[in-house]
Design a protein around this ligand. Sequence first.
Ligand SMILES: Nc1ncnc2c1ncn2[C@@H]1O[C@H](COP(=O)(O)OP(=O)(O)OP(=O)(O)O)[C@@H](O)[C@H]1O
Ligand SMILES: [Mg+2]
Length: 247
Amino acid sequence: MRELPVAETIRHGVLEIEGLRVRADGGTLLDVPRLVLGGPGPTVILGPNGAGKSLLLRCLHGLIRPDRGAIRQDGVPLDAAIRQRQAMVFQRPVLLRRTVAANLDYVLRRRGLGRGDRRARIGALLAEGGLARKARQSARSLSGGEAQRLAILRALAIEPEVLFLDEPTSALDPAATQAIETLVKRASRRGMRVVMVSHDIGQARRMARDVVLMRAGRVVEHAPAAAFFAAPATLAARQFLTGTLVI
Ligand SMILES: Nc1ncnc2c1ncn2[C@@H]1O[C@H](COP(=O)(O)OP(=O)(O)OP(=O)(O)O)[C@@H](O)[C@H]1O
Ligand SMILES: [Mg+2]
């Protein structure tokens, strides 16, 4: 038997979808017979508005229960214990009406960390995200880019095996976008599985190791990023890359 490369064998957070169906009002919103997200590096989910990208992410994080099908992480069906090892960041950050530091403290306390450990971890996180000088500021008074950085730091604080991001930079300027991309890439390099929805083809080129292209609730292509951008296999992908794909 051929041995798997080391990076594959030691990796956690392999997501597997089988026979997934989500319906509403008699229509099918998602139909994904099989999808395995397990390679190294970020997966970027691309597709036009209404393609089902957010729905797929919500299913993977257990926020929506599909009508049919199974979702497994490392071979285990999604349950409360697995969800604890995942984190999700939304397009618009949802922050507590407290200080920046207190937003991080809240999730660390829920994970049972002692006071000293929490303080050290908060300091390290704020330094990593360039928010050290904002520690005592109200989270609600942060700029959009700062607030999104805090939302990502809060997700990273619990060291999830899988980090889901749903268009985390769509409202941000290029500098703020770059700051977020750097945080996410670093987390990915540390071994965190990153699954990110984006509208931005440039971002997918910068971030993705593999690309999932969705259209009308289906996965039309899943390929290594280099292959996807150099020689897309499907007409839908070619149309998407040239800006002519519609739902
Ligand atoms: N709870 C729901 N009930 C009925 N329809 C829904 C529900 N949630 C999503 N949909 C529909 O499912 C489709 C996919 O929605 P989804 O939010 O996943 O799209 P998306 O690919 O994330 O699009 P966007 O790029 O605009 O964010 C849309 O047509 C949406 O109206
Ligand atoms: Mg969406």
